[in-house]
Ligand binder design. Structure first.
Ligand SMILES: *[C@@H]1O[C@H](CO)[C@@H](O)[C@H](O)[C@H]1NC(C)=O
Ligand SMILES: *[C@@H]1O[C@H](CO)[C@@H](O)[C@H](O)[C@H]1NC(C)=O
Ligand SMILES: *[C@@H]1O[C@H](CO)[C@@H](O)[C@H](O)[C@H]1NC(C)=O
Ligand SMILES: *[C@@H]1O[C@H](CO)[C@@H](O)[C@H](O)[C@H]1NC(C)=O
Ligand SMILES: *[C@@H]1O[C@H](CO)[C@@H](O)[C@H](O)[C@H]1NC(C)=O
Length: 470
């Protein structure tokens, strides 16, 4: 019995000592945790810290992550800039959800999604831009220390915890909203007092497009996050030049510029398209009227370089069309094929054609005309009244016939050409030059999409070399 009591006492004693030791250890560990938290954000994220004590080698430290700007999702302020969707969980953003905005590229994600990602990675999940360089440690510290520190963990509500996690969240939200230049323009020079709806517009695959409904009418906005404003400058100047002729309908360009988060935007008139295909005869006449009205006193070229598809198009002014077309159109594409594919056969034969193509222009008076530059069925539409509309130009002043270089994709019928030639009479040798103007676009397609287009380009070159005995 006595030894039994002793055993029990020993067990109880041992149990109590063990409990005490565990208690002390817990206090010490907790104390450590607390002591380490001169960085208050760790309180909320401590669950994660416990799960992953030291495995942050390839990711970013929580303190660095927390310094990345955040803002609450606001449908109106946001959709001009990007998809209202988190690319990590693919969930749509809800109003007032807290997002983190990557500093350089401007991509946004749910706070919890991106923070989990950044524990293991140090790049933007969408564009893989490294985040470390763009976040100065000094900046991080000051952001951390400026935070309120009087919260008791137990009282941190969800809403508080968001604020807690988001140093300066309100400041950055205000900043991002007021630095939305699209919104700013629409609400000032656009004469709107209210943006009532912003909806995405399908179609163009290169850039994101939105339709802004306002009390001062509708605007069409395209944005691109990865490139500077020069592409949209080219588009704005092209649309502007075509608009000025007052002939065929084009969306009136209003404004283009850089986005504060990187990338660029263009605002233009919103045209509601009709379902009917435009009348070919009207299209031909209006296009000819544009060619006739769009004159240049600087020769052949344009104010800026632009792109055809995504290939650069050099528009350096020249007074000589044959020289311009040979160097900046055919020559540029031939050089590209040589550089890209090492295709010296097409380069050499093409250059022989360039040097010998002069006779194709005998007895033709060539005047610089404003060209759309990339006219094919994808860029021709019609408005609600059935009036033809042309879009997405690669404008320059050139020989009017060069406009038909994309005609193999344009389905221009007999009534189109007969109406066109009523306004812009057909010039001698038109048929002889037709393929020469197709050649530029075939070469561009070869450079953009690969060898499928090579044989078309090659056979045009071969035919001309034979015909010109070059
Ligand atoms: C805004 O109003 C001014 C003055 O009436 C006008 O000149 C301008 O064209 C308007 N802007 C737009 C985009 O309609
Ligand atoms: C116009 O054509 C270009 C390619 O030549 C294309 O990228 C663009 O999406 C077209 N525009 C429209 C509105 O489809
Ligand atoms: C931006 O433009 C570039 C070059 O034309 C294109 O490759 C890219 O897909 C565009 N990105 C977006 C998000 O619009
Ligand atoms: C196209 O317009 C012309 C006159 O501008 C008209 O004579 C013709 O009937 C129209 N064609 C169609 C298919 O509507
Ligand atoms: C267009 O590109 C050419 C060749 O790269 C360059 O020499 C010229 O300065 C550019 N023109 C403009 C207006 O930027």
């Amino acid at each position: 019995m006595g030894s039994g009591m002793n055993l029990i006492t020993t067990v109880i004693g041992f149990g109590m000592s063990a409990t005490f030791i565990v208690f002390v250890c817990t206090r010490i560990i907790c104390g450590r945790l607390r002591g380490g938290e001169s960085r208050p954000m760790f309180e909320i994220e401590s669950r994660i810290d416990v799960e992953q004590p030291e495995h942050q080698a390839s990711g970013l430290e929580q303190v660095v992550v927390s310094a990345i700007p955040t803002m609450k999702f606001d449908h109106k302020a946001f959709s001009s800039l990007e998809d209202a969707q988190c690319s990590i969980c693919l969930g749509e953003y809800q109003e007032k959800e807290v997002l983190r905005i990557m500093p350089k590229c401007g991509h946004s994600f749910h706070l919890s999604c991106i923070d989990t990602w950044l524990r293991k990675q140090s790049t933007c999940p969408v564009c893989r831009l490294p985040l470390k360089e763009s976040l100065g440690i000094k900046h991080v510290r000051s952001a951390t220390f400026s935070m309120p520190r009087s919260f008791d963990d137990s009282e941190v509500s969800t809403e508080h915890s968001q604020l807690w996690l988001l140093p300066g969240s309100e400041r950055s939200a205000v900043a991002v909203v007021s630095e939305d230049p699209v919104r700013e323009w629409i609400l000032s020079e656009g004469n709107a007092t209210q943006i009532t709806r912003i909806s995405p517009v399908g179609g163009g695959c290169i850039n994101r497009a939105s339709h802004y409904d306002t009390d001062a009418g509708s605007f069409f906005v395209k944005t691109n996050r990865s490139i500077g404003p020069s592409m949209f400058e080219g588009e704005a100047l092209g649309l502007g030049a075509m608009f000025e002729t007052g002939t065929i309908r084009v969306p009136k360009p209003f404004k283009f510029g850089p986005l504060p988060t990187g990338g660029s935007y263009i605002i233009m008139e919103f045209i509601e398209f009709g379902s009917r295909r435009s009348n070919q005869s009207v299209l031909g006449r209006k296009l000819a009227e544009m060619h006739k009205a769009g004159k240049s006193d600087k020769g052949f070229g344009f104010e800026v370089n632009n792109t055809v598809g995504s290939t650069p198009q050099i528009n350096t002014w020249s007074s000589d069309w044959i020289q311009f077309y040979g160097e900046h159109r055919l020559g540029y594409q031939l050089q590209l094929a040589l550089d890209q594919y090492g295709d010296s056969t097409i380069y050499e034969k093409g250059q022989r054609l360039v040097k010998s193509m002069g006779p194709l222009f005998d007895n033709v008076v060539i005047e610089p005309c404003l060209l759309h530059g990339d006219l094919w069925s994808g860029n021709i539409s019609s408005d609600k009244n059935g009036e033809p509309v042309i879009l997405d130009p690669a404008c320059y002043y050139g020989h009017s016939e060069a406009e038909f270089g994309m005609s193999w994709c344009a389905c221009f019928g007999g009534s189109f050409y007969s109406s066109y030639f009523e306004v812009m009479p057909k010039q001698p040798g038109f048929e002889k030059r037709k393929d020469l103007y197709l050649l530029y676009h075939y070469l561009n397609h070869y450079n953009l999409f690969g060898s499928g287009y090579r044989s078309s380009a090659m056979s045009i070159i071969d035919d001309y070399l034979r015909m010109l005995k070059a």
